[in-house]
Design a protein around this ligand. Structure first.
Ligand SMILES: C[S@@+](CC[C@H](N)C(=O)[O-])C[C@H]1O[C@@H](n2cnc3c(N)ncnc32)[C@H](O)[C@@H]1O
Length: 439
């Protein structure tokens, strides 16, 4: 028989082993979530690119697992509405909010069923409007069209392009059906981007080198036609799979501030599914910068980034409830105090946002957060664990964290918007899917 002294280390090792297995179970890499060869552009997901998009397959699988018999989904940072589309396909009513007008436009368009006969009438009209004779006349009359007045327009667009875009916009301005107008505006936004003098394949606004600029002569009419036809096909596919009843409401409130009941009723939500921003826009994804030219052409708010989470550096912040966050901030502060304060400002907003969102979810229901753990000053920020801590402080239990590889072809969505050289490959090879359950 073993003495107490001999038994003690065995018990200790057993306990460590059990804890380790438990941790593995609670946070595990699962390559079946990679969806390497999946079509991430199915249905209306083909509409418009955007930085750091969630992939529909992840949303779909989470909803299958955690939103059984759900009636209402809420996405507090809905972006272009990936989760909302997938919720509607499962006959779940979806509510999303985002502070970026371009994101709201795309999310609205992706979740709106249109009268296809009416759409086709407008598409035919538009084709007549941009007929070759018309184009010729219009280009000759180029200075007669009303060009928008915003700073740097000549820096980002050739004059000839401005004329074409202004003509397209004048056609859209005459559309009376709101859904169809949004459908055209969504294609217009992509056309603005592709017709601009920005370097292609980047989310940041970077101007092409001079030799490319001189030769660049985009046909904005052709560009918008190809977007419109692609999107029409996406809409048809969506109509084929979307169940009848579910709709989406796209809102414009900031979850960093308390959410009044008239925006969203307490304990009314069956599932939260979202991918939050993972840092302040100065150093990670500049959603506003990406959207600026489109927002300017559409005449909506274009200075968005400093209104987003972490957009303003705060002073005297104290965050309680996450030891791992405090330790991480200390490590960053050792290398750069200023950066540490910026990271802390972001997490102060993020914590408030989670506190407010928590009150909206029904008891026993799930919050699913798809997160990137970025690196600042060489130190990785375990945002997945910080998220779990913030939810635990609101009475949630940790259900699981699944780690997925981001396949190469998806890397630009998570990566290239970063404003920091070298952060690209180090940070975003993996995504963390954190699932929390309200007690
Ligand atoms: C990672 S993106 C979401 C992408 C989305 N899941 C998709 O598939 O398109 C994060 C979004 O959060 C929005 N955002 C940032 N701060 C916000 C805030 N305080 N309130 C609401 N939305 C915010 C940004 O504008 C951005 O669209």
């Amino acid at each position: 028989m073993l003495s107490h002294v001999q038994r003690y280390p065995i018990n200790m090792y057993l306990r460590i082993a059990v804890q380790y297995l438990y941790a593995l179970k609670m946070k595990h890499l699962d390559t079946s979530w990679d969806f390497r060869s999946a079509n991430t552009k199915r249905t209306t997901h083909c509409f418009h690119s955007y930085p750091a998009m969630m992939i529909p397959q992840v949303a779909e699988r989470l909803l299958t697992k955690y939103a059984k018999k759900s009636r209402i989904l809420f996405d507090p940072y809905c972006g272009t509405g990936t989760s909302l589309v997938e919720a509607n396909i499962k006959d779940i009513h979806a509510i999303g909010t985002d502070l970026n007008p371009l994101a709201r436009l795309i999310a609205q368009t992706k979740t709106t069923r249109l009268d296809l006969q009416l759409l086709d009438i407008y598409l035919r009209d538009f084709s007549d409007f941009t007929s070759s004779q018309f184009r010729f006349d219009a280009e000759k009359r180029k200075y007669a069209v009303l060009l928008p007045q915003f700073k740097n327009i000549d820096f980002w667009f050739h004059r000839s392009t401005q004329t074409k875009l202004a003509l397209i916009k004048s056609f859209i301005g005459e559309i009376t059906d709101e859904g169809i107008k949004n459908f055209f505006l969504t294609a217009f936004s992509e056309t603005v981007r592709e017709s601009s003098l920005t370097k292609k394949g980047e989310f940041k606004l970077v101007r092409m080198p001079p030799e490319k600029r001189e030769k660049f002569n985009p046909d904005s009419f052709d560009i918008i036609f190809s977007k419109l036809s692609r999107n029409r096909r996406g809409l048809l596919d969506f109509a084929a799979v979307k169940s009848n009843g579910a709709t989406a409401e796209i809102k414009h409130f900031n979850t960093v501030s308390p959410i009044p009941d008239n925006c969203l009723v307490n304990e009314s939500i069956d599932v939260v599914l979202t991918s939050p921003p993972y840092g302040d826009s100065r150093t990670t994804v500049a959603y506003g910068q990406y959207s600026r030219l489109s927002n300017q052409w559409m005449g909506v708010e274009s200075q968005v980034d400093d209104k987003l989470m972490g957009g303003k550096k705060q002073v005297d912040i104290e965050i309680k409830g996450s030891k791992i966050l405090s330790e991480t901030i200390e490590k960053i502060a050792d290398r750069d105090e200023n950066r540490a304060r910026e990271v802390l400002s972001f997490f102060a907003d993020y914590q408030k946002s989670i506190n407010h969102i928590s009150t909206k979810l029904k008891k026993k229901k799930y919050a699913c957060y798809v997160i990137g753990n970025r690196t600042v000053k060489g130190i990785q920020i375990p945002m997945d664990e910080i998220t779990a801590d913030f939810f635990k402080a609101n009475g949630f239990n940790h259900a699981e964290t699944t780690v997925r590889n981001i396949p190469n072809k998806r890397m630009p969505d998570r990566n290239s918007p970063t404003n920091v050289r070298g952060e690209k490959s180090a940070t975003m090879k993996r995504e963390y899917i954190v699932v929390m359950q309200k007690q």
